[in-house]
Design a protein around this ligand. Sequence first.
Ligand code: SAM
Length: 211
Amino acid sequence: MVERLTKKGYIRSDHVKKALLAVPREKFVNQAASRAYSDKPLPIGFGQTVSAPHMVAVILEELELRGGAKVLEVGTGSGYHAAVTCKALEILGGGEVYTIEIDERLYRIAQRNFVRIGLTSIHAYLGDGFNGLPDLSPFDRIYVTAATPEKPEPLYAQLAPGGILIFPFGPQNQIQQLIKVKKTDDKFIEERLLEVAFVPLKRKGERGQPL
Ligand code: SAM
């Protein structure tokens, strides 16, 4: 699968390639383990899916990760994408991954998955990730794994100077755009990367709390 994604141009960097090779996707998709290495979104329970591997690769490449980066993921789901991000940072020399999930059942499953693969350094939070984690900001990189029809202003506000934010923008069941935002000293520069189809970002209006 990784070779296919490299040939198709989704994987362009060594750290993304090695991170995808290092994380066993089958451990995150119990019911669909036999399809873990097809380039498709797969069910992770409770009406949610883990993104297709090419989408994980695209987001990781566009994040332009550097060693030492502090990264926030919104939408932990199974924990697969956070685990790949964590591995990519390890390969680059270290960094920190924070992730926030709105569904407590998935939050708990992801915690178990992190332990199962021996990745206990990921900081997992429960809450509405639209609001980010203001007390822990700023973040060098933020990415969102569910689509929002409104711009996530709190996430823009939690970006460090030079930071990058990636999120799927658009309504449910319609074509969405993957947006990349770069924060310079005094402004945000936005770019549309590609058309995507993500599950919707839910809203609860509560702040993330570590359990
Ligand atoms: N990154 C995940 C993985 O590797 O399995 C897949 C993410 S799935 C496409 C989207 C996730 O976002 C779901 O787990 C969903 O419960 C979560 N979600 C939806 N709205 C959210 C919100 N406001 N805050 C945090 N998580 C949210």
